[in-house]
Design a binder for this molecule. Structure first.
Ligand SMILES: Nc1nc2c(c(=O)[nH]1)N[C@H]1C(S)=C(S)[C@@H](COP(=O)(O)OP(=O)(O)OC[C@H]3O[C@@H](n4cnc5c(N)ncnc54)[C@H](O)[C@@H]3O)O[C@H]1N2
Ligand code: MOO
Length: 391
């Protein structure tokens, strides 16, 4: 059986990058930039006051100063500051010529004749110099970056309102299983509510992927074929849950082959969720996830998500936080890599959450993330570093 690493290698080798498009920067969160973003001006664009106060010459701080002008933010000063003079200035306003210091209004007093005195002992210059953050032409965000809210602020600050980004893959989500009913229905005996579909929808939309949600299809070959065909026509990546094992009604592998897809693997040596199918036909992909709820949840995180990101040319490694275990952990069977839900203690240590196996999605309601125990590892001792993947 192949490892997760090998599975990702195979899937990445089949991934055809989606095209690029320019979009409204307000809609760019979660996109991967396909261009470098360059500063179109110095930042700050002028010598800017960092405080509300008085702009003067440092050499004049012990003099009584005449106020020659009031400078609000957004106003271009008209007077330059000479010996014994100051301008009242607001935070964010342009510092007038001749001034090299702004003292805060809290450290000032007015004399009987209306002059201003500095009452502090010493002061910073309180001036942000033109271009001290960025120079015109500087690279501010490099191609390949995933846009987060802080990048949206930077795009705005340099006027890049239509960035070039990689298109996001359209994701189709199908839940297979004749035992499934919609969440609003009270299941009869032998039925179970569809939780994988809503969970996959939430996982995909959390990452910003557009989703076509097809709900439940019973274990019927014709109906399953029809819905897969529809999803393939409307989506780049179709994600199914259930129907990929070896039961009499596990049609999915057969159907996708009939539809002309090539199956690249149907098992990964990982727990939970070893039954996972990956197939492609040109630039269309099908990922068949195991029906057990934790399996489909974890397999989305460890396999489907990196693959979806690969289609957008995302090349950054996934974040994993090295943290010490708060207790010993032992296991008997070590043939598979195993993902386990964890919490973080107040001492910043990792504790395993009570977890009964691949149907026990409720274990994850209190999980901060999960750790992966490599194949071959029998024990992790208290204090040993594990790598936590946040959820
Ligand atoms: N003979 C064998 N049987 C099974 C094996 C095996 O190796 N040999 N592996 C088991 C494991 S492990 C898993 S995982 C499942 C994978 O099979 P399927 O992907 O075909 O999944 P199903 O049989 O359809 O469902 C498994 C389980 O999950 C529940 N389920 C399915 N879909 C949903 C949903 N949308 N929401 C909530 N729960 C769902 C389903 O009712 C089953 O209880 O195969 C094992 N069998
Ligand atoms: O492959 Mo199953 O998903 O381990 O529970």
């Amino acid at each position: 059986m192949i490892t997760l690493e090998q599975a990702l290698e195979i899937a990445f080798s089949k991934a055809q990058l989606l095209g690029t498009e320019t979009i409204d920067f307000l809609q760019s969160s979660g996109c991967i930039l396909a261009q470098d973003v360059i500063a179109d001006a110095d930042m700050p664009p002028f010598h800017k006051s960092a405080m509300d106060g008085y702009a003067c010459r440092r050499a004049d701080l012990d003099m009584e100063l005449e106020v020659v002008e009031i400078i609000p933010a957004g106003y271009t000063p008209t007077k330059s500051i000479a010996l014994g003079q100051c301008s009242k200035i607001m935070t964010g306003a342009q510092v007038p010529e001749g001034a090299d210091t702004v003292f805060m209004v809290e450290y000032s007093s007015e004399t009987a004749t209306g002059k201003i005195k500095f009452t502090g002992e010493k002061t910073n210059s309180n001036i942000c110099l033109k271009g001290e953050d960025l120079k015109e032409g500087d690279l501010v965000i490099s191609s390949g970056t995933m846009v987060k809210p802080q990048h949206v602020a930077i795009l705005a600050s340099v006027g890049c309102i239509n960035p070039l980004v990689y298109q996001k893959p359209q994701v189709g989500i199908i839940s297979t299983g004749s035992e499934l009913v919609n969440p609003e229905v009270t299941p009869r005996s032998s039925q179970i509510r569809n939780s994988n579909g809503p969970q996959l929808f939430a996982q995909a939309t959390k990452q910003g992927f557009p989703v076509n949600y097809y709900g439940i299809v019973p274990d019927d070959e014709q109906l399953t074929t029809k819905i897969i065909e529809k999803s393939v026509a409307e989506s780049d990546v179709t994600i199914l849950s259930g129907g990929v094992s070896v039961g009499d009604f596990d049609f999915v592998p057969k159907i996708i082959q009939k539809l002309g897809f090539e199956i690249h693997f149907n098992k990964i040596n990982i727990k939970p969720g070893q039954h996972i199918t990956f197939a492609s036909k040109g630039n269309k992909y099908i990922i068949g996830l195991p029906g057990n709820p934790v399996s489909s949840f974890i397999q989305f995180e460890v396999f489907a998500l990196p693959f979806l990101r690969k289609l957008m040319n995302y090349q950054q490694p996934e974040i994993q936080l090295p943290m010490p275990m708060s207790h010993d952990y032992f296991r008997k069977k070590t043939d598979r890599e195993e993902c386990l839900p964890v919490q973080i203690t107040n001492q910043n240590e990792v504790t395993l959450v009570e977890y009964h196996g691949s149907a026990h999605i409720h274990a994850y309601h209190q999980a901060f993330g999960y750790i992966s125990v490599p194949a071959g590892t029998t024990e992790i001792l208290k204090g040993e570093l594990v790598h936590v993947r946040p959820l």
